[in-house]
Design a protein around this ligand. Structure first.
Ligand code: GLN
Ligand code: ZN
Length: 771
């Protein structure tokens, strides 16, 4: 690191783009859910929200953040808030919104008895979900800046320097989808010219309310964009930049590099850019130099990762910041993206070893890091000497720890050869061996793994935690549940049985709790959607498996029935995707460690007589990198880790995999590369479309496209399921078609589960008779 000397001119600003909304004790969740249940008035809800905003801004200011964000707060979702801001309320929700804006807002988010909500989908490659705007050629936008203005005014009155943060117009349209019933060929971006005046109005209102700067978030520009989309971007910012009565505009991007959108924004008549400099986006440093820097503009440098939970490397950041001083007029310091994606406060984690806790940075710690770096940039590194020393010591403790460097794990991963991930027999030979071994009928029936997680099961887990029952008592209850699940499946006539996963609280957490190298948090909640928060485990160190994790339950189940029982595991990609993963080595290396631990579990299951083993990878598709150029490298390690997990089994052991989502067109080759024998997928809602996609792409193996949409309590009739199966048969021959639901049944009730599975089996029987 070069010793940084003070920057001249205006003081360096420390800022963030957003902060966790929920509050220290998830007060927002309680308030919103209380309002839904009629236990709280709207005024009480607003009061809680105001308190949370005040607390958050104060926390930021106390940590040394000199420009706080406003408008990042939300009762449910900030993209839905943007739809309200621009008046894009779907026709079916207008009456409710007119009658009561708050209730109408929640109706758009959650639906009502009669009206469907907006669709929900993932916010880029995070685990946050937003409500998808529905737009059509008839959409009329109208500006409603009330909330934005009110929150800015609130912050200014409290004495903060504040910068409203809005979803930018291009990203808003790129995230939207055509409203139901809109003719094919309509793309929401066609509405840009109608939307820009509405944004200009909101910007003018914010200016009038005292905003010097407004931030427009354009993360959609870090994805591959067409020339038409790039020129729309140029037009949008030419127009907004040229409008008279406007605040200064800061266009922000995050999650990856801007690529070809960087020169477009660099040339636009806006006043500043906020760029991500973490991970792969560190390439922005070279990209910026290549476009000649940002003369005359403000650069907000996102040098502290806003989405992982690890302490920053200050020296590295200071080097980056030092280089940037030569490339822009003013360099400010920020987290790379909104801190919405990380939990609030690592110091609350009293159960984590204090030494290890020092490696963690949640939102509060990250704001302090940003403030420290801003001070270092403004006043020179001597001004932050103590923080730098502490940072160096914490990084060294992490690098030298036995948790992050287990020689046995390292030796084993280093010794992995390509052959470990290759089953020696080709699929065609294996399938014959498996047929002989399993003796299944054509169109065999199975389920995806979990059966209803009843109140009794949850109570049993709570009782165990609270010490009201002991481990033996708990395990008795689990075994009783397994017997019940098996008895039902036998009676219903299902061919490949499952034990029902009653012992699992969550498909990732269950394994994380049993693998060395993972940590659990007590308060590490992050918003998944609306009032739903998740507490992802922390993959902190080298991964190993001290003991078998599932073998006991699977073999118990097998001992109770003569039909084949399928063992159930969560795959390495999903174990990473739904955790906070260490950032001190490539993901590929971490995935390989997890794969080897799971490989041992697969081996133990097989040795204990499990004829079928399913390794779930629902996250394989969703973790696909944002840019196509990065897909191949990701898919290479992702599929390798799956093969490493499953590649050690005998030819007659049948490997299944399962994925939930329906859009597979672009990864069929990767699915084949998993070298699994059977794949089950979600297909009921899209009427078996995925079966056609797989066979169209020449997928040669066995497939179970779901014939029961388990996301709804609706029971599919025999005729309905049979019709879907016949559709499946049009794409996949009978000897390769399986019959199963879309996904696991843990969220379903027993009543609909019984009826639906009985209908599924009957449909299979009928269609079997036809082939
Ligand atoms: N085996 C898991 C279950 O049945 C799979 C869940 C998933 O795909 N998300 O619950
Ligand atoms: Zn699923």
């Amino acid at each position: 690191m070069t010793s940084t000397t003070p920057a001249a001119g205006r003081p360096t600003v420390a800022t963030v783009y957003g902060y966790p909304r929920q509050g220290q004790n998830r007060e927002l969740k309680k308030a919103v859910e209380g309002y839904w249940k009629g236990r709280r008035t709207a005024d009480a809800l607003r009061e809680t929200a105001r308190d949370l905003r005040r607390t958050n801004w104060q926390q930021l200011a106390d940590a040394g953040i000199t420009e706080v964000p406003t408008g990042d707060f939300s009762y449910y979702d900030h993209v839905l808030d943007t739809s309200v801001m621009v008046g894009a309320v779907p026709e079916r929700h207008r009456a409710a919104v007119a009658a009561d804006p708050l209730d109408g807002y929640f109706a758009m988010a959650r639906g009502t008895q009669d009206v469907a909500p907006l669709e929900m989908t993932k916010w880029f490659d995070t685990n946050y979900h937003y409500l998808v705007p529905e737009l059509g050629p008839d959409t009329v936008f109208t500006a409603d800046s009330t909330r934005q203005v009110a929150e800015l005014t609130e912050a200014l009155r409290l004495g903060h320097t504040a910068r409203p943060v809005l979803v930018g117009p291009v990203t808003y349209l790129l995230l939207a989808k055509p409203a139901p019933g809109v003719a094919a060929g309509f793309h929401p971006l066609a509405l840009l010219d109608r939307l820009l005046p509405v944004y200009a109005r909101v910007l003018a209102d914010l200016r009038a309310a005292g905003a010097e700067w407004v931030q427009l978030d354009e993360p959609a520009l870090v994805q591959d964009r067409t020339p038409a989309e790039l020129s729309a971007t140029a037009r949008a910012y030419r127009e907004l930049g040229g409008s008279g009565d406007r605040p200064k505009l800061l266009v922000a991007s995050y999650f990856d590099r801007l690529g070809e959108a960087l020169p477009v924004l660099a040339k636009a008549p806006v006043d500043g850019l906020a760029l991500d400099f973490t991970g792969a986006a560190a390439a922005h440093l070279a990209d910026l130099a290549a476009v000649g820097g940002l003369p005359g503009k403000r650069l907000v440098a996102g040098v502290v990762s806003g989405r992982n939970i690890w302490i920053n490397d200050h020296e590295k950041s200071l080097t980056t910041l030092g280089t940037l001083l030569g490339l822009a007029d003013q360099v400010d310091v920020a987290a790379s993206c909104s801190l919405l994606h990380v939990p609030l406060d690592a110091t609350a984690e009293r159960d984590i070893d204090p030494q290890v806790r020092r490696w963690l940075a949640f939102a509060r710690q990250k704001t302090a890091e940003v403030a420290t770096l801003a001070r270092g940039l403004a006043r020179g590194t001597d001004a932050i000497a103590a923080e730098l020393a502490a940072n160096r010591a914490d990084l060294a403790s992490r690098a030298g720890s036995a948790l992050t460097h287990d020689p046995a794990v390292r030796a084993r991963t280093a010794a992995v050869t390509d052959a470990d991930g290759r089953r020696p027999q080709p699929y065609a030979e294996r399938t014959a061996a498996q047929r002989a071994h399993l003796g299944l009928p054509a169109l065999p029936t199975t389920t995806i793994g979990s059966f209803p997680q009843t109140d009794e099961l949850r109570t049993a887990r709570a009782d165990l935690r609270a010490g009201r029952i002991d481990t033996a008592g708990y395990e008795d209850r689990i075994r009783a549940e397994i017997r019940e699940v098996l008895a039902f499946q036998e009676k219903a006539g299902i061919d490949v049985l499952v034990h029902g996963e009653p012992e699992r609280n969550d498909m990732v957490q269950y394994f994380a709790e049993r693998l060395t190298g993972y940590l659990a948090t007590q308060h590490g909640w992050v918003q998944s959607y609306g009032t739903r928060y998740v507490r992802p485990p922390v993959l902190a160190g080298d991964i190993s498996r001290p003991d078998p994790m599932t073998v006991r339950w699977t073999t118990y189940a097998q001992s109770q029935t003569s039909r084949p029982v399928k063992g159930m595991l969560t795959g390495p990609v999903t174990m990473l995707a739904w955790s906070f993963v260490r950032d001190d080595q490539p993901l590929a290396d971490t995935a390989r460690q997890v794969a080897l631990a799971l490989r041992d579990e697969v081996g133990d299951l097989e040795a204990a007589g499990t004829p079928v083993i399913q390794v779930d990878e629902p996250a394989l598709r969703e973790t696909l990198p944002l840019r196509a150029a990065d897909h191949a490298a990701y898919l290479a390690w992702a599929t390798e880790s799956f093969r490493l997990t499953t590649g050690g089994v005998r030819p007659d052991t049948q490997i299944h995999t399962h994925m939930c989502y329906a859009e597979f067109g672009d990864i069929v080759e990767a699915i084949e590369d998993l070298d699994a024998d059977v794949i089950s997928l979600e297909a009921a809602r899209s009427h078996m479309q995925v079966a056609g996609e797989l066979s169209g792409a020449g997928y040669p193996r066995e497939v179970g496209p779901g014939v029961w949409d388990i996301h709804s309590p609706r029971i599919p009739s025999v005729a309905e399921a049979a019709a879907l199966l016949r559709k499946g048969l049009a794409a996949i021959p009978a000897e390769r078609l399986w019959v199963n639901p879309d996904c696991g049944l843990k969220t379903r009730g027993w009543q609909e589960t019984r009826a639906s599975l009985e209908n599924l089996v009957e449909a299979a029987r009928q269609v079997r008779a036809e082939v």
